[in-house]
Design a protein around this ligand. Structure first.
Ligand code: ADP
Ligand code: MG
Length: 917
């Protein structure tokens, strides 16, 4: 019988799973269980096996027809032909197989990168491991924004609220509790003491005891359902699929015409059948989608090297079309290395960087001055409050005395560090004044509140707190202290009084002006500001009433923090503007702070700035109008982000949007390119995103866009090349007989051509380096058709020109009665195709500008193909197979001249393009 974990208490579950709920599993036991239960992952049923891929190559309808045609030729006595055709079919399948396999593998590797990390307690210590390594019995710590990594029983819930829509379809988040036990059977949605893999922690934090992992989880049981949604095709792939169908029909039509003409012209039917099928195989661009996938996944790998992890492959292709980037400020544009530089309490500002180095406990306050001691006491409270109402963890660098660092949110870390430098250690504070309730930070309120139990005895036990306590802020210390810290403008609306120099002053208009003046002075210089307010309580608050505590607050003071811009952002913004991409800052920070930074790094070109509050007052059309010129949005919440995406997204705009929080997920999904933060981002936001910045850096978005543009350019080059070649082959076969010669090419020759030219040169186009102007031109529209920007006419013209050049050479030799006419024609066409490959390497620039060797794969591919063709012409073995004859030196020269002529035509085309712009 399956265990119903939800009908057991935590202790019972721990007993069943043989684990310790304070220490967790030992490393050895965890390793043993990983063996036993295998990795915590859903088995990919969506992915294809090697055999499936191979089979797909073979079952290709045309290949089958070709095989059938081969069998026919065997019966008709053409054994050599049959063997070679089979060999080429196998080679073709091998090429397709290796291309598809490579695509499949690199996509799998990308997925692997996306496995989240989780925090577990093992052997008594918290450590971070990959979610794959979780085993039943593990203790997992969870916080807002985590995706629950396995099924488990709730161990501790501090306001833990979970969104379980993936499993239950219910979008309303559910409160979880550790203490519940159910006597009767309950549906999944009603098990309030359980957490399920794939659901999302929306709020609060806590821990769980893992009961099931991998395919044993509830998610694993329905995994079949989920996996079918995976790989979506990119817009280009979809259009290519469609184009492929049209081309297939067209090619088949033309091939039929060629077949009929041939038969009417007296060619043997079975010979013509083979020719027709070979031509169809060559002309149908079946490799196109595979090569596009390879180009995309290679692009994704290059992006990964540059710290952009692609979660959805279509993003690689469409990134290049981005023309608006809506970006966060903190951590993305700035370094997120917060440092407190100013403390400001009513009537007093202290430069925190200037404090006496030898005297940690005293700030630069002249205690002899009137009220000096009182000022010091207020500062104590500001620092204590900032560190108490705080989730960052203080750690000591290599056990050195006064060298600290913090773990957690950098803003909070800065406050903890400031207190530590002043001599107040967060861990001692937490021990002395334990947190008994909290109302966590969220980006709508932009503040958080904690409630602490105060006790003199506990304070006295800590050397660093004793001095603070002795300086005594108020005569009567309340048993409980509420501390709220957050955005000052919001905090002031809840403030009733100000603490200044030992007295409580009612917070009236004149105080409001004084405090806001002080705030604005700091914010104008780009400082991030956090206010701290407190409130005494006589009774411990009811857990349900915590939200009501944020009122009647006493303002203590504020912290001013600097967070310098990332140095590489300046250049990235310049690149954006040159590349026709508009950067827009959307931040929760104060408008003055935001605008200062935006101006500094070049995002803001005017004085305009809109706040969330102002946004709410604007109508759709008003906002649309303003959005054209405003580049800084401040004090916004995630809901505003969604609205802004809505405003900016239209036919002409393709919008990238960054986000890190749980509430950012809808905006990330709505954006054309949703960008999540790898370091500070929540699992939920990463899940919703198309791309994850492993370094949280704005500049990385710009590099990814550049890579995206390169990939898209190269895909176009490749399609241009492939389709021109196919067009030329069909045209040669169609026009040849009309011009009075026999079938220009034999089936084997056609297949050979398809193999060598589709193979190396085509793949080499996929790794063509960036065009010189790749980030100096406006983006191309994501809606652009495949044949947009002159590509259709290029393909048509080049296909015709190539076939005319080839036919002229062939016809000239044929009329002269030269026995080598067919070899000459065959070789001319192959060489012309190589010349075309070199020609299409750049959209506009000439081969001489970009240099023959600047794409080594192409240079190698072209040379190798040349050599292979020479072998086909000059070795007796291949001469027999391909029915070729050795060309004289003069004839060889003619083929080279013909291909140079082809190159000249392509170069002329590009020259005209360069002239036009
Ligand atoms: P950003 O868009 O720059 O990332 P945030 O959403 O992080 O902005 O912060 C918005 C505002 O919320 C900040 O200006 C600050 O006043 C406040 N705030 C940020 N972090 C905290 C925190 N940990 N505790 C309380 N208030 C915070
Ligand atoms: Mg933030």
């Amino acid at each position: 019988m399956a265990t119903n974990w939800y009908q057991q208490t935590v202790a019972e579950v721990a007993h069943t799973l043989d684990t310790n709920i304070t220490q967790g599993l030992t490393a050895a036991e965890a390793a043993r269980r990983l063996e036993q239960y295998s990795a915590n992952e859903l088995i990919e049923r969506g992915g294809r096996t090697r055999w499936q891929i191979l089979f797909e190559q073979l079952k290709d309808l045309l290949t089958l027809i070709l095989i059938a045609a081969t069998v026919i030729s065997v019966f008709l006595g053409d054994v050599l032909d049959a063997v070679v055709i089979l060999a080429i079919v196998v080679l073709n399948a091998a090429l397709g197989y290796s291309q598809e396999l490579r695509a499949e593998q690199s996509i799998a590797a990308l997925k692997q990168m996306a496995v989240p990390r989780v925090r577990v307690r093992r052997g008594g210590a918290v450590q971070e491991i990959s979610a794959r390594e979780l085993v039943p019995g593990d203790l997992v710590l969870l916080e807002t924004g985590n995706v629950v990594p396995a099924d488990g029983h709730v161990l501790q819930s501090i306001n833990l609220r979970v969104q379980e829509a993936t499993l239950t379809g219910e979008s309303e988040a559910v409160d979880k509790s550790a203490d519940l036990v159910y006597a009767s059977e309950k549906a999944l949605a009603d098990r309030r003491n359980m957490l399920y893999s794939g659901t999302m922690v929306n709020y609060g934090h806590g821990s769980m005891l893992v009961t099931d992992t991998g395919m044993q989880t509830e998610l694993g049981k329905i995994a079949d359902m989920l996996q079918s949604v995976e790989q979506t095709k990119t817009p280009l792939q979809q259009r290519l699929d469609q184009l492929g169908k049209v081309l297939t029909v067209t090619a088949l039509g033309l091939v039929t015409v060629i077949f009929v003409i041939g038969v009417l012209g007296g060619e043997p039917i079975h010979e013509m059948l083979l020719t027709a099928v070979s031509l169809a195989v060559a002309a149908i661009p079946e490799a196109m989608t595979a090569v596009v996938t390879i180009a995309l996944s290679l692009g994704a790998q290059r992006m990964l090297k540059r710290h952009a992890l692609i979660r959805k492959l279509p993003a690689v292709e469409t990134l290049g079309s981005v023309n608006i980037i809506c970006t966060d400020k903190t951590g993305t544009l700035t370094q997120n290395r917060m440092k407190v530089t100013v403390l400001d309490i009513a009537n007093r500002r202290i430069d925190f960087t200037q404090r006496a180095a030898d005297n940690r406990l005293a700030l630069m306050v002249d205690k002899a001055a009137p009220g000096g001691r009182r000022v010091q006491a207020t500062l104590d409270l500001l620092l204590v409050g900032g560190a108490l109402c705080n989730d960052a963890i203080l750690a000591r660098e290599n056990n050195e005395q006064n060298s600290y660092y913090t773990v957690g949110d950098p803003t909070e870390g800065a406050l903890v560090l400031a207190a530590a430098e002043y001599g107040i250690l967060k861990n001692e504070l937490d021990a002395a004044f334990p947190r008994i309730a909290e109302y966590p930070f969220d980006s709508e309120r932009k503040r958080m509140t904690t409630v602490h139990q105060l006790s003199q005895a506990a304070a006295m036990a800590s050397p660093s707190l004793r001095a603070v306590w002795d300086r005594k802020l108020v005569d009567r210390v309340p048993p409980f202290l509420v501390v709220t810290k957050g955005a000052l403008d919001g905090l002031l609306t809840l403030t009733q009084a100000v603490w200044s120099e030992g007295n409580l002053h009612p917070f009236d208009e004149s105080w409001r002006v004084r405090v806001m003046d002080a705030h604005n002075q700091l914010a104008q210089n780009g400082m991030r500001i956090l206010g701290v307010a407190v409130r005494g309580l006589d009774h411990a608050p009811d857990a349900k009433a915590v939200k009501q505590l944020e009122q009647a607050l006493i303002l203590v003071g504020m912290f001013g923090m600097i967070d310098p811009a990332r140095p590489e952002v300046y250049a990235a913004i310049k690149t954006c503007k040159r590349a026709g991409i508009r950067p827009i800052m959307i931040t929760g920070d104060h408008p003055l702070t935001a605008h200062h930074i935006a101006t500094q790094i070049g995002i803001a070109e005017n004085d305009l700035c809109l706040t969330g509050e102002e946004l709410d007052k604007l109508s759709e059309s008003e906002l649309k109008q303003k959005a054209k010129t405003v580049s800084v949005f401040a004090r916004v919440s995630p809901a505003h982000k969604l609205r802004l995406i809505h405003i900016y997204q239209d036919k002409t705009n393709f919008v990238a949007m960054t986000g890190d929080g749980v509430n950012d997920a809808p905006a990330l999904r709505k954006a054309d390119i949703g960008v999540a933060m790898g370091i500070t981002g929540t699992d939920v936001s990463k899940d919703a995103a198309d791309m994850v910045l492993l370094d949280d850096n704005f500049a990385t978005i710009v590099t990814a866009i550049e890579e995206g543009r390169i990939v898209y350019d190269n895909i176009r080059k490749f399609i241009k090349y492939l389709l021109s070649c196919n067009a030329s082959e069909i045209a040669v076969m169609l026009l040849g007989p009309l011009l009075g010669m026999p079938l220009p090419l034999l089936p084997l020759q056609i297949l050979w051509m398809n193999l060598v030219t589709d193979g190396l040169p085509a793949l080499a186009l996929g790794v063509e380096p960036a065009e010189a102007n790749v980030m100096a031109r406006p983006p191309y529209s994501a809606q652009e058709g495949i044949f947009g920007r002159g590509m259709g006419s290029f393909i048509g013209v080049m296909g015709i020109v190539m076939s005319l050049i080839t036919l002229s050479v062939g016809l000239w030799a044929y009329r002269r009665g030269d026995a080598a006419w067919q070899t000459l024609l065959f070789t001319t066409l192959i060489f012309a195709q190589l010349a075309l490959a070199l020609g299409v390497r750049s959209e506009k620039r000439s081969l001489f500008q970009i240099g023959f060797f600047s794409n080594r794969s192409m240079a190698g591919g072209v040379l190798l193909t040349l050599v292979l063709q020479l072998i086909v012409i000059y070795t007796p073995f291949f001469q027999r197979i391909f029915k070729t004859t050795a060309l004289t030196f003069r004839d060889l020269l003619i083929t080279v001249m013909a291909s140079l002529l082809m190159l000249a035509v392509v170069e002329a085309w590009k020259w005209v393009l360069r002239r036009k712009t």
